[in-house]
Design a protein around this ligand. Structure first.
Ligand code: NDP
Length: 499
C-alpha cells in the first residue's frame, strides 16, 4: 500500500511493479458549470420527526451539512402526529448534533448551536385537510418539506395540499418507495406536478451519493483508456451487486411487503446501472446527466422468459455478520404466505447500439456471508493469446466499489519468475469521498436547489416499468423461490464473478 501524489491509496497485489506505474498525476478538477443560483432555503421542515429515518439518517445528515459550513443559515422544524414537547424534539436533535460537532469543530460547532437554539416542534396530522397548510403559513420561505413519512401518508399529505398553500420556492422531498407500480408512481407524479415544478421535487436516492455519481462519470469520461472500450464489442457483462450481512433490522413491517427487488433493485441499482451505461453528457448539470440516465432506462427491459432472466430466494437460519439469525419466515412480523424474497437477481438488457447483447446483472440480498457493494465490468477475452503463454488466463475486470468508493483493475501480467507464466494482478485505488454522509449529500442538493442526485419523475416511472413484469411473474409463482442459509453466498449455483 502506498500513497500516490493525488492522495489516493494505491495497492499492488501479486506484482513487483513500481508504484509509479499506476500513480495518478495531479489532475485538474473536473469543470463543474455553475447553473443559475436558486433562492436559498430558509426553513427545513421534517415531517415524521419521531420516525426511524429522521433519527438514524436524516438528522445526522443535517448535522454534518450544517457543521461543514456548506449551507447558509436555516431554521429546522420537526413535525409529527406525536404530542411531543419542544424539549423532546430538541433533545433528539441535540443528540445527533453533538456527534457531528465532534467531527467538525470550530465554526461548525457554532453553526450547529445556532440551529439547535432556533429549532421547534409542531404537532400536525398532515393528512387532515388544511393542517399542514396552516403550519406552512407560519414558516419563513422558501421551505424544503421533507416527507419522512410512510409512503401512503406522504401521498395523502400531498393530495390535501394545493399550490396556493406553498410559499414561493418550496421544495418537496419524497422518500422511497416512490409509488408501488407504474400507475401509482404516475399518479403521485401528477399530484406533485400540480404543486411545484419538477426541478423542485427531490425523489431521494441516498444510495447514489454525489461523490459516487461524479466518481463514475470522472472515471469513465476523463480517461481515454476506458470510454472507447465501454460497449458490447468489448464488454461481456456488467454486474451490479449489493450484498448485505444485515438482515431485517426491525423493519419487518416494511420489508416483508417490499422484498429485495423493490427495496434495492427497483429503487437504487437501476440508477447505478444507468450511470454506468449512459452516454457522455455535455455538462455535469442536472439536465444533461438526468437526460442521460432517462435515455438508458427507457431502452432497458428484462427479457422473457423470467425463469431464465431472474432468480429469487429467501434465507433460512444461520449466522451472518457474527449474529445468529432464525429463518426469515420465523422472524417477528413476517407473513410466510407473502413469499417475500430476501435475495433477488435480474438480468437487464439495455437495448441500444452500445449495449446490445450485454447482460447487466443486478443483484441484492440480505443475511449473506459477505458484504459486497460493487459494479464489476468483465471484458471479453482477447481474440487470440499467443501460443507459449501459460498460467492464468482470465478476462480483464474493472471493479467499482461503492461506499467507500474504490477502483480495482484486474489484469494478467507476466511472472514473477517465469515470464511465460501469466499471473493475476489487482491494481487498487480509493476514489474521493465526501465528508458529508449520504443524507448530508442528499440534503446539500435539496437546500442548494440542485436536483442532480434526485430521481426525476419520468425515470421513477421507468424503473417500475422495468421490474413490474418480473414482480407479476414472481407473484404468479412462475419463478421458484429458492432458499439459502443465512451467512452463505446464496443458493448453490448463484455464482457471480470472483471478487
Ligand atoms: P417510521 O414509521 O419510523 O416513522 C414515520 C413517521 O411518520 C413517524 O414519525 C410518524 O409519527 C409520522 N406520521 C405517520 N402518520 C402521520 C400523520 N398523519 N401526520 C404526521 N406524521 C405522521 O418510518 P421510517 O422513518 O422508517 O420511514 C419514513 C420513510 O422513509 C418511508 O417512506 C420509508 O420507506 C423511508 N425510508 C426509511 C428508511 C429507514 O431506514 N428507516 C431508509 C430509506 C427510506 P407518529 O409515530 O406520531 O404517527
Amino acid at each position: 500500500m502506498g500513497n500516490n501524489r493525488a492522495g489516493g491509496a494505491v495497492h499492488f497485489a501479486g506484482t513487483r511493479w513500481h508504484a509509479g506505474i499506476v500513480t495518478r498525476t495531479q489532475n485538474a478538477p473536473l469543470p463543474i458549470p455553475t447553473p443559475e443560483k436558486p433562492t436559498a432555503i430558509r426553513t427545513l421542515l421534517i415531517l415524521g420527526a419521531s420516525g426511524d429515518l429522521t433519527g438514524r439518517l436524516l438528522l445526522p445528515g443535517v448535522a454534518r451539512l450544517i457543521a461543514s459550513g456548506r449551507t447558509s443559515a436555516i431554521t429546522l422544524v420537526g413535525a409529527g402526529s406525536d404530542d411531543w414537547t419542544a424539549e423532546q424534539w430538541r433533545d433528539r436533535v441535540s443528540h445527533t448534533f453533538d456527534d457531528a460537532a465532534a467531527s467538525f469543530p470550530g465554526e461548525g460547532k457554532d453553526a450547529l448551536s445556532d440551529v439547535l437554539a432556533g429549532t421547534s416542534y409542531e404537532k400536525v396530522d398532515v393528512t387532515a385537510p388544511g393542517e399542514l397548510a396552516k403550519l406552512l403559513a407560519t414558516l419563513e420561505g422558501p421551505i424544503a418539506i421533507y416527507f419522512a413519512l410512510p409512503p401512503a401518508v406522504s401521498q395523502k399529505a400531498c393530495e390535501v395540499l394545493s399550490a396556493a398553500d406553498l410559499p414561493a420556492g418550496t421544495r418537496l422531498v419524497l422518500e422511497k418507495p416512490f409509488g408501488s407500480d407504474v400507475a401509482s408512481a404516475r399518479s403521485l407524479n401528477t399530484t406533485l406536478a400540480g404543486l411545484v415544478p419538477e426541478d423542485h421535487i427531490h425523489r431521494v436516492d441516498h444510495f447514489l451519493g454525489k461523490s459516487t455519481v461524479l466518481n463514475i462519470l470522472g472515471l469513465r469520461f476523463a480517461n481515454r483508456l476506458l470510454e472507447p472500450l465501454w460497449n458490447g464489442d468489448n464488454i461481456a457483462k456488467v454486474e451490479i451487486i449489493f450484498d448485505e450481512e444485515l438482515a431485517l433490522e426491525n423493519r419487518a413491517r416494511y420489508y416483508d411487503t417490499a422484498g429485495a427487488l423493490r427495496d434495492m433493485i427497483q429503487s437504487h441499482l437501476l440508477q447505478v446501472m444507468a450511470v454506468i451505461a449512459m452516454d457522455v453528457p455535455a455538462t455535469l448539470m442536472e439536465r444533461d446527466v438526468r437526460d442521460g440516465i432517462a435515455t438508458v432506462l427507457r431502452a432497458s427491459s428484462v427479457p422473457e422468459p423470467y425463469g431464465k432472466s431472474t432468480r429469487r430466494a429467501r434465507y433460512t437460519a444461520g449466522t451472518a455478520g457474527g449474529r445468529d439469525l432464525t429463518n426469515y419466515v420465523d422472524e417477528q412480523g413476517i407473513d410466510a404466505a407473502r413469499g417475500t424474497e430476501t435475495l433477488a437477481e435480474i438480468d437487464v438488457r439495455v437495448n441500444n447500439w452500445r449495449w446490445a447483447g450485454v447482460p447487466f446483472i443486478l443483484r441484492s440480498g440480505k443475511a449473506l456471508g459477505r458484504k459486497r457493494k460493487e459494479a464489476v465490468i468483465t471484458y471479453k477475452p482477447v481474440p487470440h493469446l499467443p501460443t507459449g503463454f501459460h498460467g492464468v488466463d482470465t478476462p480483464t475486470r474493472l471493479h467499482i466499489g461503492f461506499g467507500p468508493d474504490t477502483l480495482r483493475l484486474d489484469l494478467d501480467v507476466n511472472g514473477p519468475g517465469d515470464l511465460f507464466t501469466l499471473n493475476r494482478v489487482n491494481l487498487l485505488t480509493e476514489l474521493a469521498s465526501d465528508a458529508l454522509l449520504p443524507y448530508g449529500e442528499v440534503l446539500d442538493g435539496v437546500l442548494s436547489g440542485d436536483p442532480l442526485l434526485s430521481v426525476r419523475g419520468d425515470t421513477a416511472e421507468e424503473c417500475w416499468r422495468i421490474v413490474e413484469p418480473v414482480l407479476q411473474a414472481w407473484q404468479a409463482d412462475t419463478v421458484p423461490l429458492q432458499e439459502y442459509q443465512a451467512g452463505s453466498a446464496g443458493p448453490s449455483g448463484w455464482d457471480s464473478s470472483e471478487s
